[in-house]
Design a protein around this ligand. Structure first.
Ligand code: SF4
Ligand code: SF4
Length: 548
């Protein structure tokens, strides 16, 4: 295997024996093959879309494949193997769609080669053999690290974007043009393109696509569940039976809340589900009582101590410890071998496990944090914020957020937030916020100094806030008193970064380490064009920003 798609990759170079994330070699190789097969689907789907023929089954399957291969989503080789077989069937469907549309248009269909002609082996061992022929290592050898790195940067951006597109389609927000662009870019990758300028331009196209998709997801979430509103959230447990829900999927949480009504079970959010507590359509459920625990990398300790059932709706799952393996469930695209999987949002098994577990014996001491500062909430006090900037009461905004992880270097983000002067405001989002979201930052003229915008999925909200501020001050985002200090971990962070670059946002500080797939030559281009830079120390970076 060779995988270098996330920040925790072995030695900062690539996982070659087993993933640091726990992904075994077989699963990694099968995921490579699944991506290869899906490029074949896109070869046909792209051509069909050009002729005006679309199939929602094809579109959704491509999103699901890309999402399933994101870091910390699906570790189940058996399920990936099944998806490869299904990919061949979906490819045949896309082929038929294209050929029918071509004939109807009076054209002779192209005979496609490469991934489009892929025939999967009958069994898993055969698939693994095939997968070895389509890994990254071979391409690296043939095309070199710059070209392969750019190809993978595009693919990882698409994976992150697909996760948002999948969340949006689950809530019935779709767009033919968006799916067509996914197919177009995957079709482009199917040819192993080598033109550096074209690859670099496509990187920004992924950023553009992701902006559209994040807008769709924002529309989906706010239409179905209302706009997040500032909400005081309990972060300590209450006595009683309990279920904790982790991941990012709002629909899964809603269905679980419906199914647990009048069951006398308290439901808690974990990790990136925390922002769900600020949506009117979800917080109306009285048994959604608060948040339990912190970011994904703390789950071993926190889930072991949780006296109830655990539901993983999306990433980031870690190898479950034996102490809670019987109480943890996956749903949607998440998978771990041996962990019970919930199909069709029938959460009966989760409810039974919660009722069989002891639950919390007593109420823990009360502790609350305030969340829910997505775009609508911040815009509603925009006049106040703008006034505070104009009178010098707010000197600078820092967007400190992104994914989190276990590396000690991530303490930088806590240190940075703590060192931000009292006349500055911190915007945060994604699970990196757990580094500091339980600290008391106080307020400036009633405006909280820490504004939690939401999930990584809500980066759209943060972008809209920045664009609105720029408009109010008649300038562009690069000339605002705003600095972006981002932590990245996996492919969702990649697509958000690409969107920021597409928007022309410069001077982003990125850490805790730079992506292994971005070669020194590509990094130099990014640094020259966007002045993107690695983090150094919290004090040094803060000093440099405030002096500029
Ligand atoms: S996802 Fe990350 S940790 Fe897992 S195998 Fe790939 S690079 Fe390694
Ligand atoms: S923000 Fe990133 S690292 Fe955090 S839970 Fe979501 S996908 Fe995982």
């Amino acid at each position: 295997m060779f995988c270098y798609q996330c920040e925790q990759t072995a030695k900062g170079e690539g996982c070659t024996v087993r993933g640091v994330c726990g992904k075994d070699g077989e699963t990694a190789i099968l995921q490579d093959l699944l991506i290869y097969a899906t490029k074949g689907i896109a070869q046909y789907a792209h051509r069909a879309a050009q002729l005006g023929a679309v199939s929602r089954d094809v579109d959704v399957f491509v999103m699901e494949v890309l999402f399933a291969t994101v870091t910390n989503v699906n570790f189940d080789a058996g399920r990936i193997a099944k998806m490869i077989q299904k990919a061949a069937a979906i490819r045949d469907q896309a082929k038929k769609l294209y050929e029918t549309a071509a004939h109807a248009a009076g054209r002779k269909p192209e005979k496609l080669v490469g991934p489009a002609a892929f025939i999967p082996a009958a069994d898993q061992a055969g698939l693994v053999k095939q997968g070895l022929e389509h890994g990254i290592a071979q391409r690296k050898e043939e095309q070199g690290p710059d070209i392969t790195g750019l190809q993978e940067l595009i693919l990882y951006g698409l994976k992150g974007t697909a996760s948002y597109a999948d969340h949006a389609q689950i809530l019935s927000v779709t767009d033919d043009g968006v799916f067509a662009e996914f197919h177009r870019i995957l079709d482009y990758l199917a040819d192993n393109p080598a033109d550096i300028n074209e690859l670099t331009a496509t990187v920004l196209k992924v950023g553009e696509l992701n902006l559209k998709v994040m807008e769709m997801l924002d529309k989906a979430n706010t239409t179905v569940y209302g706009h997040p509103e500032p909400t005081k959230v309990r972060v300590t447990p209450l006595a009683g039976k309990a279920i904790v829900v982790s991941g990012h999927d709002l629909k899964d949480l809603e269905e679980l809340l419906k199914q647990t009504e009048s069951k006398n079970i308290n439901v808690y959010t974990h990790g990136e589900m925390l922002p769900c507590l600020s949506y009117p359509g979800l917080k109306k459920y009285k048994h959604l009582v608060g948040n339990y625990g912190g970011a994904w990398q703390d789950q071993h300790k926190e889930f072991a101590e949780f006296p109830g059932a655990i539901l993983m709706t999306t990433n980031c799952i870690q190898k479950p410890a034996d102490s809670y393996k019987e109480r943890i469930f996956t749903c949607g695209l998440v998978g771990w071998p041996g962990v019970r999987h919930i199909d069709n949002r029938d959460f009966t098994a989760v409810i039974d496990a919660a009722l069989a577990a002891p639950g919390f014996a007593e109420n823990a001491p009360e502790k609350y944090i305030t969340i829910g500062f997505a775009r609508n909430a911040v815009m509603s006090v925009a006049d106040k914020v703008i006034g505070a900037v104009k009178t010098g009461k707010i000197r600078h905004f820092f967007l400190i957020g992104g994914c989190d992880g276990a590396k000690p270097g991530r303490n930088y983000y806590t240190e940075f937030a703590q060192a931000v002067p009292d006349d500055c405001v911190i915007l945060t989002l994604a699970c990196g916020k757990y580094r500091f979201n339980k600290l008391d930052f106080g307020a400036i003229d009633g405006i909280p100094r820490l504004l939690d915008v939401g999930q990584c999925n809500d980066a759209y909200s943060a972008i809209q806030i920045a664009l609105a501020l720029a408009k109010a001050f008649d300038t562009d985002v690069n000339h605002l008193p705003l600095s972006l200090i981002l932590s990245w971990f996996e492919q969702k962070a990649v697509c958000i970064l690409l969107t920021l670059l597409y928007l022309g946002i410069k001077n982003i500080r990125l850490g805790p380490s730079l992506p292994a797939f971005v070669s020194p030559a590509v990094l130099q281009v990014l640094a020259e064009k966007f002045n993107i830079m690695p983090i150094s120390s919290a004090q040094e970076d803060l000093k440099a920003i405030l002096a500029s």
